[in-house]
Write a protein that binds this ligand. Sequence first.
Ligand SMILES: Cc1ncc(C[n+]2csc(CCOP(=O)(O)OP(=O)(O)O)c2C)c(N)n1
Ligand SMILES: [Mg+2]
Length: 371
Amino acid sequence: MTATEDFASILTPEGKLAPTPAFEPFVDRVRGADDELWRTAYRQMRLVRAFDREGTNLQRQGQLALYVPAEGQEAAQVGSGLAAREQDAIFPSYREHGVAFARGLDLVRILALLRGVTNSGWDPAQERNFRNYVLVIASQTLHATGYAVGQLLDGKVGAAGPEEDEATIVYFGDGATSQGDLNEALVFAKSYNAPEVFFLQNNQWAISVPVSRQSPVPLYRRADGFGIPTVQIDGNDVMASWAVSGQFLDEARAGGGPRFIEALTYRMGAHTTSDDPTKYRTSDEEQYWRDRDPLQRLERYLRDQGDEGSFFEDIEAEAKDYAADIRRRALALPDPDPIDIFTHPYAEAHELIEEQRLAFLDFEASLEEDA
Ligand SMILES: Cc1ncc(C[n+]2csc(CCOP(=O)(O)OP(=O)(O)O)c2C)c(N)n1
Ligand SMILES: [Mg+2]
């Protein structure tokens, strides 16, 4: 789906700053930001891309059951991830490696999930409130709304100021907009005035279904029907993603209620390593988006700022080392003890689970007897 007159962007594919009219309300944020922030963003986006390629390699070599590439979506993800504050809650879908990295999650944890050696992923309380990945499309939007309503009822909204007040940001795809779950999440978020930013990455495809088949109107306009302020951004523009997410999170934290962002972007790779996109899309389309690559435009911008020293060479070297380190640590991940599957579903003892745990122990013992 193409850009509308409400399209908010500032960094052009050529790396120039040219705010669109719809970006005017956010432009001061970018003007007030230091280039150091954009260097940080570039480094993160570059390392995530290195992770992505290594993840695909590992799957091809039989070391992961599946890999879910995020290539092309780094700006939407890193920009918004950097905009969230420490105390905010992040609810990802399954492709948000860039948000995870910006948040400080060790990405090997994602590979552990895809290697099948962890029963759910990580403990969000230990990982700066970056919640677990989910595969059930749009289910996380309901979890996030419930959490955001909780933040509100706990008095964490519009109370102590931006340093302490909390908000929630939830990520989902264009395909998720066709699910009942998201629509219910929007209704409840608005009814309660929950401090929640709905971040849609419209990467143009829900596996092999184009977004044009899912909606006759641009997706950001759906939010109007729920009474939720909404904006469409260039999802390959890290500055736009950072500025609009930051602004909307601030407003949500202050008690302004939910906000909606549609980030227009593109999944450059396959849906997952089980998919072959050449079956349903053209190389011309892929080239169109390759020309709008989020890393390339930020690199152009940073180079235009003058002497970058060995910044880019250093990052290339770091990306190579990072990929090697990811591979080494992924291959060294220990297999879990099967009994652990009964340890964590509930925080407190649960009769049924305990029964199943004992049955499993009996079963294991019977295998030893047979041996
Ligand atoms: C409830 C549900 N229905 C169907 C699926 C199968 N499925 C997995 S990914 C996907 C497409 C999702 O597309 P989108 O929301 O655009 O996210 P993207 O993969 O493009 O990031 C579907 C239909 C699922 N995982 N869950
Ligand atoms: Mg999609």
